[in-house]
Write a protein of this length. Structure first.
Length: 62
């Protein structure tokens, strides 16, 4: 799993009619969940790769 995630600057702008807060919340949740899923998949891929590489390091023994 990656050790650090640093966001130096995050700026969000949107202009809509109606209830801006509810729309922002809905869209934020939708996109943060998609980002989270991709992040978890990448972490799992890195972990699998590390495990696969470690098998070769000790002659296939665990």
């Amino acid at each position: 799993m990656p050790k650090n995630l640093i966001i130096h600057n995050l700026e969000v702008r949107f202009q809509v009619e109606g209830d801006d807060g509810a729309l922002f919340t809905r869209l934020f949740n939708k996109h943060i969940q998609a980002w989270s899923r991709l992040y978890e998949e990448e972490c799992a891929r890195v972990e699998r790769s590390d495990r696969d590489r470690s098998l070769g390091d000790n002659g296939g023994r665990r």
